[in-house]
Each structure stands twice: as C-alpha cells, then as structure tokens.
Design a protein around this ligand. Structure first.
Ligand code: ADP
Ligand code: MG
Length: 250
C-alpha cells in the first residue's frame, strides 16, 4: 500500500450468530490516506466492529472495503495484516520474555530497536524494576503485569511494527492521565504520516484529530472536527458535556 486510503463502499454487515439486525447497513465512507480519525460513541455502537472489518476478521454481507483501491477481500490476509497494525481493547501477550513480546511482529529487530520502542512507549521505567529486565517472562497472558503495563507493551510492539495504517482500540484505557500524557510522544511516533484510527472513550484525547466519527447503533451519526462537532453536533456535544460536566467554565 501507498498512502493508506480506506474506503467503505455500501458495506452491510451483521454477526452470523446475531440474527437480529445488521450492525452496518449500506455504509459508505472515505478515510483519506494519512488522516487521523477518532471513533467515539457509546459501548456497543459498532466502533470495534468497524475496525475489525478493516482487518477482515469477518466477511461482509455485501459491499466492499478498499485500501488504496485494492479490495481487501481479494488480497492475502498476511499482506493485509502486515500493513495494518491493530492494538485491540484487550492486550494479548504471550508467556515469553518482555523482549520477545515487543518484537513479536519483528523477530529480526535488534535489542537496540526493541529498547528504543520500549522507551517511546514509556515501558523502560517498569522494565528496569523487573527481576530480569527485558528477559523477564511476563506470565500467562501477561499476568505479572498491570493493565497499564500490558497496554504500554502493546504500544511498544506497534511502534516496532511501523505500518502505513494503525488502528488503536482503547489502547490507553488502563493508563492514568499522567502516563497517558507521557506516552503521547510514542503515539505521535506510531501515527506520524500514517492513516490512524483511534477509538477512545476519553474524548479529550481526540481533540487534535483531523476528524471524528460519532457512532450510534452502527451508524456514523456525526462526522467532523472536534470544534465543528462541539458547535454543530448534537450527539458529540452531549457526550462531551457528560464527560466534562463540572469542568466547563460556566
Ligand atoms: P463498540 O466497540 O462500539 O463498543 P462493538 O463493535 O464491539 O461496539 O459491538 C457492536 C455490536 O455488535 C454490539 O451490539 C455487540 O453486542 C455486537 N457484537 C460485537 N462482537 C460480536 C460478536 N463477536 N458476535 C456477535 N455480536 C457481536
Ligand atoms: Mg469496542
């Protein structure tokens, strides 16, 4: 892929085990290459599903998803996953060393590269305190680490993977606001010059995005910048006020 443009053409999708109704019905949408897009909306509104469809974790009922004019249904899964980084809501770590977990997608990475990714993701401070440093085994699904530490390792892994398209699904949800602020440098590094989709619960973290898509029951009900949506949006404005209630100056 080149610029990493993502196009949804009349996409209809529903989960096979969920007979009720389509999550997406005839959705069409263009995300320009290099655009930074925030995805917001209540839980269950379809944000994660939207991301997973781009990774072709499920097949569409009808319609197409194109990346740089290539239909993702016809490219190899391997090539797709090599070009798209997905940081899921639930970190997935293996019962291996910290170093191996960070280098999971890049087994040939040098130790220096692993360390510099860890530094950008603010992992180095907690790795230093661990019994065997980078050679510490993280336990079954990372059981020896806190939720925030696991998320930072996932971010370090993604920094190393370095693909034209990056999708983060609540990738910093377990971090306190101070750590989240510190990690911004790492996230900026991951997304620099890349098409970036960021699903986030905390709206304030998305204020700098080029564009925000507001999901509601599988529909994108609002689409614009933070400023636009605060001014002209209904749904976004309500979400914003709910989160910032009491903090807004009169
Ligand atoms: P969000 O990420 O916005 O919280 P999701 O995309 O996870 O929302 O979910 C959208 C809808 O799809 C919800 O109604 C959810 O219950 C349903 N859903 C999500 N994953 C599955 C699945 N694997 N099988 C069946 N239904 C699912
Ligand atoms: Mg989700």
């Amino acid at each position: 892929i080149g610029k990493g443009e993502i196009v949804f053409e009349d996409v209809t999708f529903k989960y096979k085990n969920n007979t009720n109704k389509s999550i997406f019905a005839n959705k069409s949408l263009v995300i320009e290459g290099g655009q930074k897009v925030g995805l917001v909306g209540f839980s269950g509104s379809g944000k994660t599903t939207f991301a997973k469809l781009i990774l072709r974790l499920f097949d569409l009922e009808s319609g197409n998803i194109l990346i740089d004019n290539q239909n993702i249904a016809t490219v190899s899964i391997q090539s797709l996953r090599d070009n798209v980084t997905f940081i899921p809501q639930e970190p997935y770590l293996f019962n291996r060393t910290i170093r191996e977990n960070i280098a999971y997608n890049n087994p040939d990475a040098t130790f220096e590269e692993v360390k510099s990714a860890a530094k950008l993701a603010r992992c180095d401070d907690f790795i230093k305190t661990m019994a065997n440093g980078y050679d510490t085994i993280v336990g079954e699904r990372g059981s020896l680490l806190s939720g925030g530490q696991k998320q930072r390792l996932m971010i370090a892994r993604s920094i190393l993977k370095n693909t034209p398209i990056v999708i983060m699904d609540e990738a910093t949800s377990a971090l306190d606001t101070v750590t989240e602020e510190k990690i911004k440098q790492g996230l900026d590094y991951i997304s620099k010059g890349k098409t970036t989709l960021v699903i986030a619960h905390r709206l304030s973290t998305l204020a700098d995005m080029d564009r925000i898509l507001v999901f509601h029951n599988g529909k994108v009900v609002e689409d614009g910048t933070h400023k636009d949506l605060l001014k002209n949006g209904k749904h976004y404005k309500k979400l914003w006020q709910m989160q910032n209630e009491g903090y807004l100056p009169d």
